[in-house]
Structures are given as structure tokens and as C-alpha cells.
Design a protein around this ligand. Sequence first.
Ligand code: PEP
Ligand code: MN
Length: 280
Amino acid sequence: MKIIEGYKLLHRNNYTEYQNNLNVRVIDVQGIKIGGNTPVIIAGPCAVQSYEQTIEIAKAVKKAGANLLRGGAFKPRTSPYEFQGLGKEGLEILRQAKNITGLPIVTEVLDPRLVDMVYEYADIFQIGSRNMYNIPLLKEVARTQKPVILKRSMSAGLQEWLCLAEYIALEGNLDIILCERGIRTFPCKEYSRNTLDLNILLPLREKTFLPIIVDPSHATGDAKIVPFASLASIQFNINGLLIEVIKEDDNVEDILCDAVQGIKPSDLDKIVKKINYLYK
Ligand code: PEP
Ligand code: MN
């Protein structure tokens, strides 16, 4: 294989089945096909806060048509004084949510020392934006051979993102899902948290066969923009969405992490219906 642009295991041009087309590798997670014919919906709270909150949201997103449940038990907060997640207790709650709803679990791992623990609960590891460059963590997660969502760093270019994903591939794990979650640009914080980089989606598709998903929640930071950002992303033939959802009657003061960007289950329901209509 030729080393093209710093990554070769993930470059389309190195595979006859992915050359000269835009085919996507299908990653099967308990029967859910990421990279299959229809986009997958991964939805749930930013952070697991309690049993009651997580189960209520899990049931609601399932009813709205989500395929997988997201939820952070370990949260990468900017300030050390902010809620850091429930840790192992949060993972236990996610397991119960899976038992009740049947939805496989997507959850973030922050620390190479905790990979073995999170492995027991996660169906897909999430590597967050802040850890895209954490090579020891990438390797440790990759060696488990479990599927990985690799979020784009808020300051990474396309090639840089794929080079870091290549570290996972080099451990023999090609079950990598790339997640665009917004980048930092000059108007950030003025009217949105980050800037959703829709422009990267097609060039990324042309470079690699990995499934691509979009996180409209962190990309915008605003629940009212999320439905529009979701549908706009879908127009780029992405393979899924990762969306933060709050309880239907949640109070912003009760939400310990990313309160203003979480959408209600009824809004998720509308997004899913629109996507289903496009794909019917
Ligand atoms: C998250 O998904 O809750 C999260 C922390 O995302 P990111 O790493 O993209 O900021
Ligand atoms: Mn969040």
C-alpha cells in the first residue's frame, strides 16, 4: 500500500472496492448498520445525571426512532469545578438503560487507564474532540477492537483528522466512525458555540471509506439550530447523527452539562420523521 497523505489504511485509493466510488465501510453494531443504506440516529443526554433522567430519555429517544443511546459517564469539562460525570455509576445506569430499551450504548472514554472498564459497558467508544490528538488513548481503545467514534478536534484539518484515525487502524481496528462536531471560527460564542463544517463532509467522503456522522448539538450549541443543522447535514449523505436530548419537561437549571443545546424528544421525533421521508 502506498502512503498517501500520511495515512494509507484509511485511504480509499488503496482499496479496489473503494476506489472510483464513494462506497462506505459498513460497521455492524448489534444488527445496526452504520454506513448502511439509511443514516443511524444516536441520541441521548450529554451526561448521565441519574437513573431516572437517563431511563426517561432513553425510552423517549427509542420511541422517537433512535438506533443507539448516547450518554457521558466521564465528562471532559473545561473547568475542574464543573460536573465531571458519575463515572462507574453512570456506566451502570447506561447498562440498565440498554437492558430496558435494547439500545446499544455510545459513551466517551477519557483516560487510557479506564479503557478496560468502559469496554465492559460501551458498544461503541466515543473519543471526544479534546482527545483526538491523544495517541496513547487512541491506541488503547483501538486494541480492544470495539468500534470507535472519533470526533474531530475543534481545530483539526481533514488530513490531520485522518492521520490520527490511522493510529486506530494501525492496531487492526478499521471500525472507526468519524464525527464532525463543529470547529472554532471567529464568530464562535457570539451566536453559536462552534461552526458546523458542512464543507468537510464531501472531501472527507472522497478521501476515506469510513462512515461519517455529524453532531449538530456541539456544532451549534443551540437547541433551536439543531433540527436545521441535522437536516442540512443529512443532505450531504452522511451515515448518521449524534444528537443530545433532554427530558421533555426538563428545567435548564437541572441540567448539569450542555443544557441549552439539548433538544426535546418531540423535536427528535420530527427530525427522524423528516429523515425517514427522505430515505423512503
Ligand atoms: C459530548 O459528546 O458530550 C462531547 C463532550 O463532545 P465533544 O468531544 O465533541 O465536545
Ligand atoms: Mn455534550
